[in-house]
Design a protein around this ligand. Structure first.
Ligand code: OAD
Length: 251
């Protein structure tokens, strides 16, 4: 991260009418939420097939719920960081700034984003396996919770491997990828489809791409700028540069 690249990112951000931030688990790493594929990531220690497929839930719902109860209880102890606050300011300050996230932790909303396009659902939602009922919040629902409306089993409100993403969110996300002038890809390994294709679609449609990720990803190969650094300080630095350039725009 150099002054020159920060200034360049801020200039692109200030000039673009439609900007998309697309975030993954690395966005929340500095809040203490584990990522999936890094050294201490969840998929290094837990088998996807045991916890994150419809088959796993059908086989052993109590085992799956125990894991989600643990993840839900961890969420109660973490807070959004300054990078989340920067994105929330950008969303609130500019009608042309949109947020798409693969994250299920709700930290963007807690930082003040009312309208994130959430591709993979939410940990703090449980939904009924039989009716449209949903239960919002991080309270402990028990070992094998049931729907108060119809009595059927509740399941975690996240998207599992092998399941479709929410259709509305997916459609809106790809519309935005096709129409944005700048996409900021933050903290994702860029390996899980269809979210990973958002960057390719944006690039092919002519958008500039800024990646913020301390590691190298498939997206790094075609990003116009790659900040190889943590997102919290990088976002704060870009925001400060934006304010120097265009204080009236609020970003
Ligand atoms: P991954 O765990 O695959 O990747 C996290 C990325 O964040 C890596 O590329 C890290 O280098 C980067 N990273 C780590 N710390 C960072 C920091 N401080 N700032 C910026 N970047 C940082 O997570 P995702 O790509 O989000 O699916 O994973 C995609 C999906 O796979 C998840 O949504 C989840 C998982 O299975 C579902 O839950 C459905």
């Amino acid at each position: 991260m150099t002054t020159e690249t920060i200034e360049r990112a801020a200039a692109w951000l200030a000039a673009a009418r439609c900007v998309v931030a697309s975030t993954g688990a690395g966005m929340s790493a500095e809040s203490g939420v584990p990522t999936f594929r890094d050294e201490a990531g969840l998929w290094k220690n837990f088998n996807v097939d045991d916890y994150a497929t419809p088959q796993a839930f059908a086989r052993d719902p109590q085992k799956v719920w125990a894991w989600y109860r643990w993840r839900r209880s961890n969420l109660a102890n973490v807070q959004p960081h300054a990078g989340h606050a920067v994105i929330a300011d950008w969303v609130r300050g500019h009608a042309g700034f949109h947020l798409i996230t693969q994250n299920v932790d709700g930290l963007h909303e807690r930082a003040g984003v009312p309208s994130a396009i959430e591709l993979h659902g939410r940990l703090d939602v449980a939904r009924c396996t039989a009716c449209p009922a949903r239960v919002k919040g991080l309270s402990d629902l028990g070992e094998d919770p049931r729907c108060t409306q119809c009595g059927a089993r509740l399941r975690p409100g996240v998207v599992w491997f092998g399941e479709s993403l929410p259709a509305d969110a997916l459609q809106r996300a790809f519309e935005l990828a096709r129409s944005c002038e700048l996409m900021m890809v933050i903290g994702t390994s860029g390996t899980v489809q269809p979210a990973a294709s958002l960057a390719t679609v944006a690039k092919n449609a002519g958008a500039r791409l800024i990646e913020i990720n301390p590691g190298h990803t498939p997206i790094s190969n075609f990003a116009d700028l790659h900040f190889q650094s943590g997102c919290r300080d990088t976002l704060v630095a870009i925001d400060e540069a934006c304010r120097r350039h265009a204080p009236a725009m609020g970003r």
